[in-house]
Design a protein around this ligand. Structure first.
Ligand code: GLN
Length: 485
């Protein structure tokens, strides 16, 4: 099966077998051809071609860096100067970002070509991409299914190979869960590893950007350019960025992998359990050993997250008032009417639900009972991981309890939808890095597994994922719709 990774296109550019302009046109054509997936909100055809021409000039002058001329897509949550940035919301449908996010600038400075902005759940709230103002995205493996969310457009676009790589953001699982549903690699780095400046805020203590790619090697290439300290983000970590590609081939001899037996109970699709068992033996053959561990407070993760994330979103989304920028209701009678109607006309149902929950848990009288209690539970969840990492190097778990579900299957039951993130959410509460890697199929739908590491162990996670991918081929499978190209 053909696989066209960033690393391979990088070699072709280097050998001058292809130009960035040719590559860019190739992907723009594919994006048009597979428009029906609805993975893009904005296609940047003209600016992309201009960037590609510039990249080719730099290469001709001997000034190309490792990523120069490689095309990719941004989740539409990253501000891109002069380009519409919607965050999947009617509220920002008319918003042309006046500045770029740090991540946008960094990839731009690295010479990458921005093909377009991908579809997503409104303000990154969701697990199925069904909350987008721009409509649902289809899973390329079965178009009746969701691609996962909130980075569903990025996941579907990478899986169908209509872009070689994309960015995503992960507040409770939004990189890893869609990566699992679409059969790609998705890394959520340590909180603070990548700047949040210019990345539209959902829940600021949890949000983190990361790469969504076909392989761990590509994720390493992108992370090299995305990571780093930023004075404009007060939670950004001021620690050096290693070359994440340098350790991809390190040995796994002696690696201690933690397994949480309760993760593999009744709530898990048994085919996912079996695929992870197979993956475990692959890793054991490479020198790893598995150790049983416990995370006693893990069951608190979902309720804790929905208190903390909703509280933070209710505060972050207060800025959309119909006055400063974004949607404004027509002919308001007074200021209160302007606020009320702008917000009620432009926010979708899920966003409103979160704002209401968040306002409630922060209100005086309920603050101690909910918000404060959730902060305490958050601490316990972090302490569990801290204790576990005394005995193991990484934790191997499912990414999702089931494979991609049907469109509209869970839209009427928010709690059922929230449970999609049962294996990913605790990681954000603890600020840890974690990666999804494809590890099998259930029928035609991909299965993902998750490796969770201690703070700032992205290099090790990428190393393990890369070694696994050197000894498996799940990540090379391409959905039928693309197999003829
Ligand atoms: N599905 C979770 C939510 O709806 C996580 C979303 C995310 O990571 N952005 O909040």
């Amino acid at each position: 099966m053909m696989i066209h990774t960033l690393a391979e296109y990088q070699k072709q550019l280097l050998a001058k077998k292809i130009s960035s302009l040719e590559l860019t046109q190739f992907f723009l054509d594919k994006m048009a051809q597979h428009n029906a997936l609805n993975s893009f909100i904005t296609v940047c055809a003209e600016t992309a071609k201009a960037q590609a021409i510039h990249a080719d000039e730099l290469r001709a002058q001997g000034k190309a860096g490792p990523l120069t001329g490689l095309p990719f897509a941004h989740k539409d949550i990253f501000c891109t100067r002069g380009i519409k940035t919607t965050c999947g919301s009617k509220m920002l449908d008319n918003f042309i970002a006046p500045y770029s996010a740090t991540v946008t600038e960094k990839l731009d400075d690295a010479g990458m070509v921005l093909l377009g902005k991908t579809n997503m759940d409104e303000f990154a709230m969701g697990s199925s991409n069904e909350n987008s103002f721009y409509g649902v995205v289809h899973n390329p493996w079965d178009t009746r299914c969701v691609p996962g969310g909130s980075s569903g457009g990025s996941a579907a676009a990478v899986a169908s190979r209509i872009v070689p790589a994309a960015s995503g953001t992960d507040t409770g699982g939004s990189i890893r869960q869609p990566a699992a549903f679409c059969g790609i690699t998705g890394l959520k780095p340590t909180y603070g590893r990548i700047s949040r400046y210019g990345m539209i805020a959902f829940a600021s203590s949890l949000d983190q950007a990361g790469p969504m790619t076909q392989t761990a090697e590509d994720a390493a290439l992108l992370l090299n350019a995305m990571a780093g300290f930023d004075v404009r983000d007060s939670t950004s970590l001021n620690v050096p960025v290693p070359d994440y590609t340098a350790t991809l081939n390190d040995s796994l001899q002696g690696l201690r992998i933690g397994i949480v037996p309760s993760f593999f109970g009744d709530g898990l699709n048994s085919e996912i359990g079996a695929a992870i068992d197979n993956a475990k033996s692959v890793l054991e053959k490479l020198g790893a050993q598995c150790v049983e561990i416990e995370l006693p407070h893990h069951e608190l993760a979902i309720p804790t997250y929905y208190v903390v994330a909703s509280a933070e979103c209710s505060s972050n989304l207060a800025r959309y008032d119909g006055v400063r920028y974004g949607y404004r209701a027509a002919q308001p009678v007074d200021l209160m009417d302007l606020y009320k109607r702008s917000r009620s006309e432009a926010f979708g149902q899920e966003v409103k639900r979160r704002i209401m929950m968040g306002t409630y848990v922060l209100s005086s009288g309920y603050y101690d009972a909910y918000y404060l209690k959730a902060q305490k539970a958050r601490r316990l969840i972090s302490e569990d991981f801290k204790a576990a990492f005394k005995n193991v190097d990484v934790i191997l778990s499912p990414t999702t309890p089931d494979v991609a579900f049907k469109i509209a299957e869970k839209t009427h039951d928010p709690v059922k939808m929230y449970l999609s993130d049962i294996y990913t959410i605790a990681v954000n509460l603890a600020g840890l890095p974690a990666i999804n890697i494809p590890c099998g199929f259930s029928g035609q739908l991909p299965i993902g597994m998750q490796l969770i590491g201690n703070h700032l162990t992205e290099a090790r996670l990428l190393n393990i994922a890369h070694q696994f991918q050197q000894h498996s081929d799940h990540h090379q499978k391409v959905p039928m719709m693309e197999s003829s190209s």
